[in-house]
Design a protein around this ligand. Structure first.
Ligand code: PDD
Length: 306
């Protein structure tokens, strides 16, 4: 069945939804986006996502093209016409198509040019807990991105390059390092666990203020797990009991191998028949299991409309 998407006031089959080649989103990556998880028809942390969208739009000097109710109507229509179980809303606003290719955002009458507003439903496979507990292997890479990573910008070429660096090293993802400290993942936030304390870098221009990050912190605090929002030195990654990467689509992924070293407790089964130059692997930790369980409970409440 064809996907129905929203584009500039109209609902269309994805094949029929087209934009101008002069769109600044296409030419410059001049736009912002959001990804909002949907469980049982209910949007996860909707207001936080809309607030972050507003912040991203503000930062690039664009007005919010839709009121809260207008956004909700678009999401409702899309969710109605694109059935599924666990899904996510992807939305994007670009500065629109100008007549000339010109970096300047000025228009002849001084008014904002009509933006391009696009939204679609992503089908999400809920993480299989057994599969998720297998964990992921990552490398550390130099975070060469700009100093405005708190904007959820569609200019993602740097993230694509960093993810490719991880893939070329045979790893699933990368933890980004700037000035000797952890910033985030290529499309996720990073937590470490040390002596029962959950530690994550504070929000700043160096990273995206992840909604999943916020939720994990909130769940932890509600369950008397200590949380510290502070800088994490690269060296602390090697001393960590656990490392997690969080995002709306990935939820909470445990890192079991960092630059070829096991994270946390070593998996003797996985490493027993490993050749001498193979990476050693850890296992998903107890804190991860506890948090994943609490996170799934939270999702379940949302599915039931709570
Ligand atoms: N990305 N940091 C970066 C650079 C991200 O791209 C994302 C999410 C996050 C986590 O944010 P959240 O918890 O709100 O999803 C952190 C989305 C999922 C994406 O680009 O598809």
């Amino acid at each position: 069945m064809s996907n129905t998407v929203y584009l500039n006031g109209q609902y269309k089959a994805v094949e029929d939804a087209t934009i101008s080649v002069m769109d600044r989103g296409f030419l410059f990556g001049d736009g912002v986006y959001e990804v909002i998880p949907v469980f049982g028809g209910n949007l996860l942390a909707l207001d936080k996502h809309l607030k972050r969208l507003l912040n991203s739009l503000d930062r690039i000097g664009l007005q919010n093209p839709c009121s809260r109710d207008e956004w909700l109507a678009i999401f409702a229509e899309l969710l109605d016409t694109n059935s599924g179980h666990d899904r996510a809303i992807y939305l994007q606003v670009s500065r629109g198509a100008y007549v000339k290719r010109d970096l300047s955002v000025k228009t002849p009458n001084g008014e904002q040019h009509p933006p391009t507003v696009f939204a679609m439903v992503l089908q999400v496979t809920p993480p299989d807990l057994e599969l998720a507990s297998a964990g992921i292997s990552v490398i550390t890479v130099d975070d060469f991105r700009w100093n405005a990573c708190d904007i959820k910008s569609t200019s993602l070429v740097a993230n694509v390059m960093l993810k490719q660096q991880a893939a070329e090293a045979g790893m699933e993802d990368a933890i980004l390092i700037k000035d000797g400290g952890v910033t985030e993942g290529t499309a996720s936030n990073v937590f470490i666990i040390k002596d029962g304390v959950l530690i994550t870098p504070p929000t700043s221009h160096k990273l995206l203020p992840g909604i999943t990050r916020d939720l994990v912190i909130e769940i932890a605090k509600n369950n008397t797990i200590l949380v510290e929002e502070r800088d994490i030195k690269e060296a602390e990654l090697y001393e960590a009991d656990e490392i997690w990467m969080t995002s709306s689509t990935r939820e909470i992924a445990p890192v079991i191998c960092l630059n070829g070293n096991a994270v946390g407790r070593v998996d003797s089964k996985a490493n027993g028949n490993a050749s001498s130059n193979a990476s050693s692997k850890g296992v998903a930790g107890e804190m991860w299991k506890r948090m994943m369980d609490l996170y799934q409970q939270h999702k379940q409440t949302l599915r039931q409309g709570g």
